[in-house]
Structures are given as C-alpha cells and as structure tokens.
Design a protein around this ligand. Sequence first.
Ligand code: NAP
Length: 242
Amino acid sequence: MIRPLTVVTGGTRGIGAATAARLAADGHDLVLSYASDGEAAAKTAALAEAAGARCVTVAADVSVQADVDRLFDTAAELGVITGLVNNAGITGGFGRLADAEPATLQRVIDVNVVGVLLCCRRAIADMNGGAIVNVSSGAATLGSPGDYVHYAASKAAVDTLTLGLSKELGPDGIRVNAVAPGIIDTDMHASGGDPGRAARVGPQIPLGRAGTAEEVAAAIAWLLSPEASYTTGAVLRVAGGR
Ligand code: NAP
C-alpha cells in the first residue's frame, strides 16, 4: 500500500509537532516546515523517523512565495503529496487593537491568512486527490476582545477559505476541513507574551482545563484519514466546550 505523504506547516513544535508524531504513528511520510528553530525541527523529525516515517524538515516561511515553492518542491522529491496541514500561525501578541503595531497586524495576516492561501494554492496544483486541514481557532467565533482581535479575524478568514475551497475542490476529490482549537498548552502563548495563559484560563473552560496538542492532533489525523471520507467544509471545534 502506498503511504500517505503529508506536508505540515509549523510541524516542528506545539500542535504541529504533536500532529507529526500522530501522523507518523498512523503511517504517513512527512514534510515539516518551520520558521527558525532548527533544533526543535531535528528533534521532531527524529521522533517521526523512530516511528517508521520518512521525514524531511524545511526552513520555510509560509508567507513567502519562494519559500512555499521550495517547501513543496522538496515534498515532490518524495512523491505526490496526499495531505496538507496548514498549522503555522502566530498571535502577534496580546492587547487592545489600538495598542497594536501596524507591522504586527500585517505580519499576522501575512502568516495566518496569506500563508494558508499560498500553501493551499501550491498544494492543489500538486495533489491528485487527498485532504487539506487548516488550523483555525475558537477565537474566530469568539472575537477575542482585548486579547487579539486581529488574530481572531485572521482565523475567521481561515474558516471562510476552508468553506470556499471545500466546494471548489470537492469535484477534484480534495476534501478541505479545519480544526478550531481552544486554549491549548503550547509555547504559542509565551511567544505572544503571556506564558501563564493556558493555566490561568483553563479553569474557566467547561471541561475545566486547557487542551493538549495531542488532542488537537487526533482531530487533524481523523480529518485527513479515510474515516472522514464524506466530511468536507467542516470546522471541527476542539475547545473543551468554549
Ligand atoms: P507554536 O507552539 O508557537 O508553534 C508554531 C510552529 O509554527 C513552530 O513550528 C514555528 O516554527 C512555526 N511557524 C511560525 N511561524 C511560521 C512561519 N511564518 N512559517 C512557517 N512556520 C512558522 O504554536 P501552536 O500553539 O502549536 O499553534 C499552532 C497553530 O494552532 C497556529 O495556527 C495557532 O494559531 C493555532 N492555535 C493554537 C492555539 C493554542 O492555544 N496554542 C489555539 C487555537 C489555535 P519555529 O519553531 O521555527 O518557530
């Protein structure tokens, strides 16, 4: 049987790394992109290889067209890709919109929206059927006032492009879905300037805690799998009831 070949952007830390580990265990070969942390990339790749996967890592900024082409050119050397997980994303920090730097707002849209569009655009050209999973956020439907309205808006765009592409690509045999995680315990909160966020907000969530990267990875793996063969255009919330 031919092994699935899946590109995971930002696949080397947090939710992306957990997804890589889960997909490797499920029998996927992997191409993982990252921004700059080569050490984390090497560690995640070693774990995937230990689980029996072929795994290549590529330093590639999803918001830069030439980097996206290099990422997918590398993947093409392994075979025809069957899956794409658009996971790379940033919050751009916390606070009120009036206090945010314009360059930060631009960067969040470039990575979270343009990056997903560029990766989808190239993947569609390369795929011969398969599945795309976009990592959105529960923020898309909460709005995140006082925290990061810009980030929530970028994820609402991800939900909408998921819906549109699912209809556009259904006839081509490509399913397109999203997962919308709630507060997940990863380094993303510290990167945005609030390391204690998951522990602080967890008790306010109906299930009483923050989620784990592995719990999101399980949803992503299901949406990529043949088990989800009639599921497209869905935004699967993995947010503990929030
Ligand atoms: P994370 O722990 O900060 O990891 C982010 C990953 O993305 C890293 O591998 C990073 O590479 C990579 N990355 C960042 N910018 C990139 C770029 N421009 N091009 C390519 N790769 C890039 O984040 P996370 O918490 O796992 O979040 C993953 C996704 O889940 C994001 O889309 C995020 O918005 C979404 N999400 C997270 C939460 C949460 O609570 N954590 C909730 C809802 C949604 P380096 O290692 O090189 O920096």
